[in-house]
Design a protein around this ligand. Structure first.
Ligand SMILES: Cc1ncc(COP(=O)(O)O)c(C=O)c1O
Length: 429
């Protein structure tokens, strides 16, 4: 493997300033980046160009399902790239068919469409919904306040956060937001033009907020009653992160009626490719042929290479029982975070989430939180965690998210808790 995947050339390695200068001069500054220049990774750890090691509990925002440098991903990339990387969707190839079959068997009767990112998967669902309602003049999709569905024009119109919309008016018409986990508000908001409801099973960017079982079951009933499509964005909370393939399966465990619950469409991305770009949506059988030949497509969607990687990841997840691992290690991490919240109530207010999708809500005022006061407390807190050697992801202004690899070990979760404890103890002291 060494000959096939050589180390990257040492052009700008060990030079934080040089890499940052390349970005400042040449990269559109659309991201607020942390002051870290990463070099490589191994398992649950990332290393920066100065050789500093970080425990990666951010997982590249729920992407690095198997951590970094996993040999199964490298092997799949090498093996498949020797055969064929890309064919276009004018032709059939086995990896796409097999991946679709695997996803269908994990969810339920239906079909899959492949694309390259989460927002594209959502775009596909939006088009599906418009097609579904077209002949009746219905087009409106209701989403939730605090949701996040991606950064294209329709993605930001669907997203329930003003900050992503600012400066990009006018919004794509046909999207409205109502309060999350509020079934009565959803029912009241429907109009004759409504065609679909789209929600995350666990809101991610909005602050790690799971849907309640009653909400999900109620949405299903409402959609059946009003002939609406129930669409779920599983981009961040899906792919075994909750301890089940889709978060709704975990949320509805043991709830009467829960085992037969199915939405009409699910978007996927992130952990599906473990870092190799791939997105997908699944659509339930009655609607699976709505998007006929010529109605939707993308050049790279479901390439042999992307599908081979996704298939290999699924194989590792199943062979190594990583859903159970997410549940167990996630449970351990959550219990540890809850203990920290009890120990330091002036810093950590609440702990939320399921499996390896966890969030801590910081107290509104942390008096001696260092850093630029123009930055959110979540960003400033994340900086402290980074300095302690732990990567975590802010969600909104006051929540820190943990979305680590699904194969995180308990010892690594313990190490993470110790690092968080050290940061919080200093702030509280
Ligand atoms: C719930 C959800 N939907 C959609 C997206 C957009 O995915 P992508 O960035 O791959 O387009 C994200 C990204 O964070 C997400 O969290």
């Amino acid at each position: 493997m060494k000959d096939i995947v050589p180390s990257p050339p040492a052009v700008v390695r060990n030079d934080v300033a040089a890499v940052q200068a390349l970005f400042q001069k040449n990269v559109v500054p659309s991201y607020g980046r942390f002051d870290i220049v990463l070099s490589h990774g191994a398992g649950s750890y990332l290393f920066d160009v100065t050789g500093r090691r970080y425990l990666d509990l951010g997982g590249g925002i729920a992407v690095s399902a198997l951590g970094h440098g996993h040999p199964a991903i490298t092997e799949a990339l090498v093996e498949q790239s020797r055969k064929v990387i890309h064919t276009s969707n004018f032709y059939y190839h086995e990896p796409q068919g097999r991946l679709a079959q695997a996803l269908v068997s994990l969810i339920g009767p239906g079909k899959c469409f492949f694309c390259n990112s989460g927002v594209e998967a959502n775009e596909g669902l939006f088009k599906l919904a418009r097609k579904f309602g077209h002949d009746e003049g219905r087009f409106e999709i209701i989403t939730a306040v605090n949701s996040f569905h991606g950064r294209t024009l329709a993605g930001i119109a669907a997203t329930g956060q003003e900050k992503v919309k600012k400066g990009f008016d006018p919004m794509v018409p046909g999207f409205r937001q109502v309060r999350y986990n509020d079934l009565a508000a959803m029912r009241a908001s429907l109009s004759p033009a409504t065609v679909a409801i789209l929600v995350e099973g666990i809101q991610g960017e909005g602050g790690v907020t799971p849907a309640s079982p009653e909400y999900l079951l109620g949405l299903r009933q409402l959609c059946d009653e009003k002939k609406l499509l129930l669409l779920m964005d599983g981009v961040q909370c899906g792919h075994f992160r909750s301890g089940r393939f889709q978060s709704f399966q975990r949320i509805l465990e043991g709830v009467p009626g829960g085992e037969t619950f199915l939405p009409d469409g699910i978007s996927m991305a992130k952990s599906l490719g473990g870092g190799f770009p791939i997105g997908a949506f699944w659509v339930r059988a009655p609607y699976a042929d709505l998007l006929g030949a010529g109605s939707h497509g993308t050049t790279y969607g479901g390439s042999p290479l992307a599908c081979a990687v996704a298939l290999r990841i699924l194989d590792v997840i199943q062979r190594e029982h990583l859903a159970d691992n997410a549940r167990q290690v996630g449970g351990f991490l959550k219990t540890g975070l809850e203990q920290l919240a009890r120990k330091y109530p002036s810093i950590i207010q609440t702990v939320r989430g399921l499996g390896l999708m966890l969030g801590i809500e910081l107290a509104p005022q942390i008096p001696n939180l260092p850093g630029d006061s123009a930055k959110s407390s979540a960003t400033r807190f994340a900086n402290l965690l980074h300095s302690a050697g732990l990567l975590a992801i802010p969600a909104g202004a006051t929540v820190i998210r943990f979305l680590p690899p699904l194969n995180l070990r308990q010892s690594e979760a313990e190490e993470g808790l110790e690092l968080i404890d050290s940061v919080v103890a200093r702030l509280a002291g």
